[in-house]
Design a protein around this ligand. Structure first.
Ligand code: PGA
Length: 241
């Protein structure tokens, strides 16, 4: 695992965008595994700036997102589809037909999850998967548990995650209680993983990621089994290591 410690959030975002831009330049038809949340917003802004400067082109890029609340409609401004459109897809020349976010309106959830996993396989896995990290060490919505699921599945969110995400909703009661998420094996289909973390709130999770034994009680610790992981975190997120 490679660890890059940056001074602050802005530098983390720039370093991450540089790495993503390299992937796109190396293969204009690459498959990006994308994530939502506060952490990657700066990276998306930097990628948009690179696109506007003519440095990168999204015309042939494909993407698959990590997760989505369930149930939720795509036009809900808290949905991850809405987030991706707002922060990246509507600002660059990506073909939206080439973008996939789990469907928060799927009626047959098991069938949907199988199809989403098959789509990741059809794409040949992602060239790079962007990840945030939860305060509790979750990746995607793979929450700490005695066992972790391999593939895309429906998950019940923990109280910690509901509380952390309630800042985006009118009240905690409005946060969906479930989500669709790639599983650990789905994430591991990525050839490269880029985990971003910023701020003191993530310091304990980054410490666990870097120092603790591998445990499903902190899903991020499994990442040390993947051959190509780069962690980009700012000094605050790294402060307990
Ligand atoms: P955040 O979420 O980027 O909003 O902190 C990350 C995560 O929970 O995975």
């Amino acid at each position: 695992m490679k660890i890059i410690v940056t001074k602050n959030y802005d530098e983390m975002s720039k370093v991450a965008a540089d790495l993503m831009a390299e992937v796109i330049k190396n293969d204009p038809a690459c498959v990006l595994g994308l994530a939502t949340g506060d952490t990657p917003i700066g990276m998306y802004n930097e990628l948009v700036a690179k696109y506007e400067a003519g440095e990168i082109d999204f015309a042939a890029v494909r993407s698959v997102n990590l997760d989505e609340y369930y149930p939720i409609t795509p036009d809900n401004d808290q949905s991850y589809r809405y987030f991706m459109d707002k922060h990246l897809f509507d600002r660059v020349n990506i073909d939206k037909a080439n973008t996939s976010v789990p469907d928060g309106t799927a009626k047959d959830v098991s069938k949907f999850c199988r199809e989403y996993e098959a789509k990741i396989d059809e794409l040949g896995g992602t060239d790079v998967q962007v990840l945030g990290i939860g305060r509790n060490g979750h990746i995607g919505f793979n929450e700490p548990d005695a066992e972790l699921e391999r593939f895309t599945h429906l998950v019940e969110l923990t109280t910690d995650t509901i509380e952390a995400n309630s800042r985006f909703f009118a009240s905690e009661a409005d946060v969906p209680k479930h989500a669709l998420t790639m599983g650990i094996h789905s994430v591991f289909k990525a050839r490269k993983i880029l985990l971003l973390a910023s701020g003191k709130g993530k310091a304990a999770a980054i410490r666990a990621l870097v120092k603790s034994n591998i445990t499903t009680a902190c899903p991020a610790t499994l990442l040390c089994l993947h051959p190509d992981v780069t962690v980009i975190c700012d000094e605050d997120a790294y402060s307990l290591v």
